[in-house]
Design a protein around this ligand. Structure first.
Ligand code: GLU
Length: 289
């Protein structure tokens, strides 16, 4: 009997789709969901649904139900229970403490009008004593010279460029909420997830998240960023730009459209059901390098 091991036996793959609950799924988010799903299933790995609900002011009531309904309608079934970032506050608090111990964290009292053009602290807050009662955010100094670039599985080598190497960035907002960069860095580090597949609009964030993981002594997952979808005017298809909700009466067509965007081979026309389309797409997934 053959006992040869495959890559997924050696490194159990754990991937995820991590939408924010800011509205229903649209074609752009379906592409990210599908790419992360296919990559995980092709590797024989797990695919988790994580809801990034750390920004209540931006949350739209009913979104989680609409997102899970749309995923299920496309037969994109996730493993285990849905994870919610709002349930990981303790982990984010611990990470902030750990960042403070590294000396990289500082209080910043900047408001929009005092920030630099790059969105970094514009008043040297680091050198001031800012009391607990004074409204402030928490920022991390980004020493980009200490961070290596990374090999993106789909986009190739990603060096840390002067544009991405901002001086600092927010990890806890002035209103007390945890910033996306912090929550994503804490949640995405191995062993929670081994592979992250998401839109290329998040590439700059990836450098920041990898920096936080490095400061926290965590191992980064492998990253693969896919091209984002644009509307007719060249804007990224997003909820903010008013991307239309997916039509759940034509899920096989939606999947086929996403596969075309991802430059995947077209499933044969005899594949009419979602399951048949997905089986073909899992088998023929070709974004690997
Ligand atoms: N929740 C964020 C979004 O929907 C981040 C996604 C990610 O890190 O994959 O844009």
């Amino acid at each position: 009997m053959s006992t040869s091991l495959t890559a997924s036996d050696i490194t159990p793959y754990r991937g995820r789709f991590a939408p924010s609950p800011t509205g229903p799924l649209h074609a752009g988010s379906l592409v990210a969901a599908l790419a992360s799903f296919l990559d995980a299933r092709h590797a024989g790995g797990a695919w988790v649904l994580r809801i990034d609900d750390i920004d209540p002011p931006r949350a739209v009531a009913g979104s989680v139900g609409l997102i899970t309904e749309a995923l299920s309608a496309h037969d994109l079934h996730w493993d285990g229970a849905v994870r919610y970032q709002s349930q990981s506050s303790d982990a984010y608090h611990r990470a902030l403490q750990q960042l403070a111990e590294t000396g990289a964290l500082f209080r910043c009292r900047c408001t929009r009008s005092t920030l630099s053009d790059q969105g970094t602290c514009g008043q040297r807050c680091e050198q001031r004593a800012i009391s607990d009662d004074e409204p402030h955010s928490l920022r991390v100094r980004f020493d980009a010279a200490q961070l290596a670039g990374f090999a993106d599985r789909f986009q190739g080598m990603q060096p840390v460029t002067p544009e991405t190497a901002v001086a600092d960035f927010i990890v806890r907002r002035r209103d007390g909420l945890f910033a996306y960069q912090l929550a994503a860095a804490v949640d995405d580090a191995q062993p929670h997830f081994t592979h992250i597949v998401r839109g290329a609009d998040l590439l700059d964030s990836t450098h920041r998240q990898r920096w936080l993981m490095q400061l926290l002594g965590q191992t980064s997952p492998c990253y693969g960023h896919i091209a984002v979808m644009h509307d007719g005017d060249g804007n990224k298809l997003s909820k903010q730009n008013g991307a239309p909700e997916l039509d759940l009466a034509r899920t096989p067509d939606n999947l086929r459209d996403c596969l075309t965007h991802l430059h995947q081979p077209a499933p044969p026309s005899s594949a009419r059901e979602n399951g048949e389309i997905l089986d073909y797409a899992i088998e023929h997934w070709t974004l690997h390098i």
